[in-house]
Design a protein. Structure first.
Ligand code: NAP
Length: 282
């Protein structure tokens, strides 16, 4: 698979990045193009994809191209078309299954549509991405898949159940993929970011009772950056990690060593006593 003798180089490789137009996906794309990969950014908001592509071309290594494709990961035809578009760009061997979002709320008030929305994007969307990418990777002699999970995969976050369940399921999807497709030289791993300022986390970052609690649970005492996550993703996609598969690696300042975040102040502000079902507390 290697196109140069430097195991860190991604020159000559083509990567599909879902949700690559913003936040962590864009941070991953910056690392990949700097390492020489051609990237295909896939998401629904095409204006944002175009802006991201313009930015990435300024930091891309020689030979690395930046392409965009409109894609909704909850729609199988859309994902299949995005994979076909990625294969047209060259030797499609790399995947970053990053598209996702979360919503907060107590279990007893969670609407079925909200549950299905989070699971449909974070888990089913990643499944569809992997399903439609692996035939190309296999035909190209193998490849590497990285899914963006979360500290919420292994650690409970009260009042964020659909999100936590989606990420726990995503991690099993990655282990299944690694086990089943290692025989085709396809590796699959997940990264577990802690709190990183992005559009998705703006409300939490700007609410001191919650962000201060997050930071108090991190031995390294700071929130992350998209570069912190992007560098790990680049490593897992490169031949530097050629004997690593089926793992879920934390990139969270050590937060996973302690307890999940306390977002109860948010829920108390929004719902008061209704955040718990009526009944006696123990
Ligand atoms: P973000 O900037 O909002 O990025 C989410 C991306 O997913 C957007 O580019 C969005 O693009 C895309 N997306 C959402 N639904 C989609 C769909 N149905 N089809 C295609 N693309 C879709 O937030 P982020 O924080 O970077 O999140 C990226 C990933 O990191 C998520 O999986 C998230 O769970 C995970 N994560 C984030 C943190 C954190 O603290 N920020 C921590 C742990 C894990 P469009 O809206 O244009 O489609």
């Amino acid at each position: 698979m290697s196109s140069t003798s430097d195991p860190r180089s991604l020159a000559g490789r083509v990567a599909l990045i879902t949700g690559g137009g913003s936040g962590i996906g864009l941070g991953c794309a910056r690392e990949l193009v700097a390492a020489g990969a051609t990237v295909v950014l896939a998401a629904r908001n095409t204006d944002r994809l175009v802006s991201a592509a313009d930015e990435l071309r300024k930091v891309a290594a020689p030979g690395a191209e930046v392409l965009t494709v409109a894609c909704d990961v909850t729609n199988e035809d859309s994902v299949s078309a995005a994979c076909a578009r990625t294969a047209e760009a060259g030797t499609f061997t790399l995947v970053v299954a990053n598209a996702g979002f979360g919503s907060g709320g107590p279990i007893h008030l969670t609407q079925l549509d909200d549950w299905n929305g989070v699971i449909g994007t974070n888990l089913t969307g990643a499944f569809l991405t992997i399903k439609h990418a692996v035939p190309y990777l296999s035909a190209n002699g193998g490849g590497s898949i990285v899914a963006v999970s979360s500290i919420a995969g292994p650690v409970t976050h009260r009042f964020m159940t659909p999100y936590d369940v989606s990420k726990a399921g995503l991690e099993m999807l990655i282990r299944q993929t690694a086990d089943e497709l290692g025989c085709r030289n396809i590796r699959a791993n997940a990264v577990r970011p802690g709190l990183v300022p992005t559009d998705a986390t703006e409300a939490m970052i700007n609410y001191p009772p919650v962000v201060d609690d997050y930071i108090s649970q991190m031995p390294l005492g700071r929130v992350g950056t998209t570069e912190d996550v992007g560098r790990l993703v680049r490593f897992l996609l490169s031949d530097e990690s050629s004997w690593i598969t089926g793992t879920c690696i934390s990139v969270d300042g050590g937060h996973h060593l302690r307890r999940g975040p306390n977002i109860e102040p948010f829920m108390e502000m929004a719902l008061g006593d209704a955040r718990y079902p009526a009944g006696p507390a123990n």
